[in-house]
Ligand binder design. Structure first.
Ligand code: FE2
Length: 374
């Protein structure tokens, strides 16, 4: 069953050096309330705001931050906007995965010359704190990548945003950075998007999983993991594989009405603290049968954490040649059964928890069964 393959790494000059994820923008119907959720449950802090008070007429955005993770929550202020139409079709979801680059003009020109579809030509935005250049291209579905060049900027977030001062600052839960973000694409489209990331962005495929790795009695999916040169950006891309019943990827595609971001994996150095706090604050996670923990040590060997604590919290463990990882998945976090979060702590492991796929997908199927969408 060990069909996951690690492809050989070749060193070629990077088409576009990427320093990391700059921000993730979520289009949602009530950005003000969403920002409160990310603060009160996930421990993000207020960073910046743009809206009526900053001269915008059609939308408002709240920006929250925790260590290197920046989320932008955006809602329309009137009917007939692109944002409103996006929400009408997809529900709440990720519109922008912004990438921090040294040169947003060159990144854009390289991407366009290699076949990317333009979302936003390079634009220079300035305010009292300096200058930012941004440009953008489309990726899967209606999702876009915006390249952000901010080496000459010292403001809170971006020009046009005011610093958002708030006396409400729930304690951070130890989230550090975005480990990976997963895209769900339509049946037969995975390789097309793998090729897009290879050809347009210069990414390499670092892992692949087929339906023998990722299947249960009923459902299956296939996945390939794309990474940029320095490994700071990792995008697993899933497509549904034929199964006896509707797969979780199919359910996502039905409810999102197209391809889009399925989950955002947030890294922590102390998953027990992070997940305990999230649970105290009311976050729901997929539940795994207690029997999972009966055979855990046999499967992954000795680990630092207490198995009973992991079992109480529902944290999963997997091991690869480099070490092990701990992970857990929230239930979907908006009205539609589409996007969710993963919390991950890596202790050497560089993989994505293949050993947990079966237990995990069976947990998702129990949720699908309750929704009548299996
Ligand atoms: Fe993941």
């Amino acid at each position: 069953m060990d069909t996951a393959t690690k492809t050989s790494e070749t060193t070629t000059e990077e088409i576009m050096p990427i320093q990391g994820t700059d921000y993730v923008e979520i289009y949602c119907s009530n950005a003000k309330q969403a920002a409160h959720f990310y603060k009160s449950v996930f421990g993000f802090h207020s960073l910046a705001y743009a809206g009526l008070e900053t001269g915008l007429k059609d939308r408002e955005s709240y920006v929250v931050v925790q260590d290197k993770v920046r989320l932008v929550l955006t809602s329309p202020l009137k009917s007939g906007t692109d944002i409103g139409r996006h929400i009408d079709q997809h529900g709440d979801g990720v519109k922008v995965i912004a990438l921090w680059v040294d040169d947003a003009t060159t990144a854009y020109e390289e991407a366009i010359s290699r076949g990317a579809k333009s979302y936003m030509e390079p634009q220079t935005e300035t305010d009292d704190h300096g200058k930012v250049v941004r440009s953008g291209i489309y990726t899967f579905g209606e999702t876009v990548h915006i390249f952000v060049e901010r080496k000459e900027y010292e403001g809170a977030f971006l020009p046009g945003f005011n610093k958002w001062e708030s006396s409400y600052t729930p304690e951070s839960i130890g989230l550090k950075y975005i480990d990976h973000m997963v895209g769900n694409v339509e049946l037969g489209k995975m390789n097309e998007w793998v090729k897009f990331y290879e050809d347009v962005m210069g990414f390499k495929q670092i892992l692949s999983f087929d339906d023998k790795d990722i299947s249960t009695k009923y459902t299956a999916l296939m996945s390939k993991v794309m990474s940029n040169g320095n490994g700071r950006i990792k995008f697993p891309i899933n497509e549904p594989a034929p199964g006896l019943k509707k797969s979780q990827v199919d359910e996502y595609l039905d409810f999102y009405e197209g391809a889009g971001v399925q989950h955002i994996a947030l890294a922590t150095d102390d998953i027990i603290h992070t997940v305990s706090t999230l649970r105290e604050r009311g976050m729901d996670f997929l539940s795994i049968p207690k029997t999972y923990y009966d055979v855990l040590t046999d499967r992954v060997g000795e680990i630092d954490e207490d198995i009973q604590t992991l079992s109480d919290l529902g944290i999963l463990v997997d091991r690869d040649e480099e070490g092990y990882l701990l992970q857990i998945f929230t239930k979907t976090i908006q009205a539609r059964p589409t996007m969710f979060f993963e919390i991950i702590q890596r202790k050497g492991a560089i993989s994505f928890g293949k050993g947990n796929f079966k237990a995990l997908f069976e947990a998702i199927e129990r949720e699908q069964e309750l929704r009548g969408t299996l």
